[in-house]
Design a protein around this ligand. Sequence first.
Ligand SMILES: [Zn+2]
Ligand SMILES: [Zn+2]
Length: 136
Amino acid sequence: MPPNTASSNPQPDSERKDKSMSDKASDHQVMIDGNGVQFSCAATHAAACRLGCALECEDYHRSECDRSVKDVGNCGALTYFDAADPFDTYIGATEPNNWQSGPIDVEWDSYYDSWLWRFPGEDRQLPGSARYRDAV
Ligand SMILES: [Zn+2]
Ligand SMILES: [Zn+2]
């Protein structure tokens, strides 16, 4: 690792001790307009969605990994939210036709090995991908 040059990182790199593992609704937003759906993340350094393996395992920790985590510099949740198929990772109860731009809740689901999202306060449903499967 090079020394921390920080030139490309707009976040102050201070070690925040007040982080919590729970995600604030306002950290993640969905934007819905005529062009489709866009997700964004404004989480701060070391927020839960930005944590990845400190030893840089890929999707899963290797068996020899001690599972420690670090801030990886971007939002891991957004990589799971497919703008072309946002329903796949959706666990709310609103018909996609009725989705509106605004804050969303995101959570890691270890059963589905995926980040999932819903609008704040919505009842939790199966992810859209699982609903498709069950409907067959
Ligand atoms: Zn690991
Ligand atoms: Zn995020």
